[in-house]
Design a protein around this ligand. Structure first.
Ligand code: DX5
Ligand code: ZN
Length: 219
C-alpha cells in the first residue's frame, strides 16, 4: 500500500515558509491548517497565505479548513490552485453540494470528522469524496497527544471505503509520530499529517522518510 506523508505547516516557521518547504523535498504534500477562531479557538492563516505558498511550490497542497461556513469559503481555495480541500462536516450546511463545488473548481473534495463525530451517518456521501480525514486530536492546535479512541473509527471508515471501491484516501491528523503512525496504518489510514513530529525533528526530511517506511511496514 502506498503511504503518503503530508507535513503540517502549522509547526513550520511562518516567517520562513518558503525555506521550510524547501527543507522537506520528501513530503508527498503540504498540509495547510486554516483556522478561523470560531470553528476552533485558534486563528492561523487564510487564502492570501495559501496563494503565496502556491507561488513558491509545485507540491500538492492539502488544505484543512477548520472554519465555519465552509460552504461559502472553501471553493476559493480550490480556485487558488490547491489540489485538495478538506471541510469539516460539522461546519458544512450542504456537504454534498460543497463536495461537488470543490470538484467543479478542480480540487479533490475531502471531508473531516472531529474525534466525537461518527462516520456512519455520512457513509452515503463517500461517492462524492476523494478523501476522508479522521482527526486524532481535537482540532485547533499542533503538538497534542494522539487519541487512541479514534482507532476503531479509522478501521470502520477503511471498511466503508473498501465497499465503495477503495479509491478514497484515508487521512489521519493529530499526534501522528513515530510512536503512533503504525497504529494508524494498521487501522487502515494511508495518508498521514505530521506537524510537530516532522518540524520538531533534527532532520525534518529524514523524519518524513522514516515515518513513511514505518507506515509501509505496518499497513
Ligand atoms: C490540528 C491540525 C493539525 C496539526 C497537527 O488542529 O489540524 O494538522 O498541525 O499537528 P501535530 O502533528 O503536531 O499533532
Ligand atoms: Zn490539520
Amino acid at each position: 500500500m502506498e503511504m503518503r506523508i503530508n507535513p503540517s505547516l502549522l509547526s513550520a516557521d511562518f516567517a520562513n515558509l518558503q525555506s521550510e518547504i524547501e527543507g522537506i523535498p520528501s513530503a508527498d504534500g503540504l498540509h495547510v491548517d486554516v483556522m478561523d477562531n470560531h470553528f476552533v479557538p485558534n486563528l492561523t492563516l487564510g487564502l492570501p497565505v495559501v496563494e503565496a505558498v502556491r507561488k513558491v511550490t509545485p507540491k500538492l497542497l492539502d488544505i484543512h479548513l477548520m472554519i465555519n461556513d465552509p460552504d461559502r469559503w472553501a471553493p476559493a481555495y480550490a480556485e487558488a490552485g490547491a489540489e485538495s480541500v478538506t471541510f469539516h462536516v460539522e461546519a458544512a450546511t450542504a456537504p454534498v453540494k460543497l463536495a461537488r463545488d470543490l470538484r467543479s473548481a478542480g480540487a479533490k473534495a475531502a471531508m473531516a470528522l472531529r474525534p466525537a463525530t461518527p462516520i456512519e451517518p455520512y457513509a452515503d456521501l463517500l461517492g462524492e469524496l476523494d478523501m476522508v480525514l479522521i482527526m486524532t486530536v481535537e482540532p485547533g492546535f499542533g503538538g497534542q497527544k494522539f487519541l487512541d479512541l479514534c482507532l476503531p473509527k479509522i478501521r470502520r471508515t477503511a471498511e466503508l471505503i473498501k465497499k465503495t471501491g477503495g479509491t478514497i484516501a484515508l487521512e489521519v491528523d493529530g499526534g501522528v509520530s513515530a510512536e503512533t503512525i503504525e497504529r494508524c496504518a494498521e487501522a487502515g489510514a494511508n495518508t498521514f499529517v505530521a506537524g510537530s513530529a516532522v518540524f520538531g525533528a533534527d532532520d525534518p526530511d529524514a523524519m518524513i522518510y522514516s515515518l513513511r517506511s514505518q507506515a509501509e511496514s505496518a499497513g
